[in-house]
Design a protein around this ligand. Structure first.
Ligand code: G3P
Length: 217
């Protein structure tokens, strides 16, 4: 399973990259706003800064909601850097735009996916990634991980190449659960990635090793 970090915070992206386990980055307008990146020029530059850190897939989302606007923005984003993945919402125009870009051999991430039917359309349109939102489904008492499993099973059964990118990951347990059902990618906050390291037996074991070494060192 690939690890993406779900943030536009450069320091956190650098920290995850330095851990040596990062395969890419996802952003969205809310995450850009959280970092206070104001104005189009600054936002485009910010995407380039992210690409220069990770040198691997970076999802950058279009703002337009109409087909023509999505094409215009998608082309502009993709021209920024070879690592940009054009992120498009799972709407009728978004699916058309996914199809357009995939036919041109450009990478896409179909986002805001909350059902198997939406994931089917994204795959048929040729999306590189489909992003079901795990945490937001849990928020409304549906099973986010359950949807990941359904999509993984159906894609495997029919041989779709689209990769299942588990998004809206809120905590470490989500990562483990998505791993167990076969998600191709989990895009996570840094805290959830670091949480994978935590185990009291590791801490206690290391403490004991160091204490015992003091007796012989
Ligand atoms: O990956 C999508 C993500 O940024 C949304 O997360 O926590 O707002 O549902 P959240």
């Amino acid at each position: 399973m690939k690890f993406f970090i779900d943030t536009a915070n450069l320091a956190q992206i650098q920290e995850a990259y330095d851990m040596g386990v990062l395969d890419g980055v996802t952003t969205n307008p809310s995450l850009m706003a959280k970092e206070g990146i104001k104005g189009k020029e600054n936002q485009l530059k910010h995407y380039v800064d992210i690409c220069n850190i990770v040198k691997s897939d970076v999802s950058a989302e279009v703002i337009a909601t109409d087909f023509e606007g999505m094409l215009r923005e998608g082309e502009e984003l993709a021209a920024l850097n070879e690592h940009i993945v054009i992120k498009l919402p799972c709407t009728a125009d978004g699916i058309k735009a996914v199809k357009y870009f995939s036919e041109k051999g450009m990478k896409t991430n179909c986002t805001l996916v909350f059902s198997l039917g939406q994931a089917l359309l994204a795959a048929k349109a040729g999306a590189t990634y489909v992003s079901p939102f795990v945490g937001r489904l849990d928020d409304v008492s549906e099973s986010g991980v359950g949807l990941i499993k359904e999509i993984v099973d159906v894609y495997n059964y029919y041989g779709f190449a689209t990769q299942v990118l588990a998004a809206s990951i809120r905590h470490t347990r989500h990562i483990i659960d998505c791993l167990k059902v076969g998600a191709d990618v989990a895009t996570c906050p840094l805290s959830a990635i670091k949480g994978l390291l935590n185990h009291p037996l590791t801490d206690n074991g290391l403490k004991k090793f160091l204490e015992d070494y003091q007796k012989i060192g």
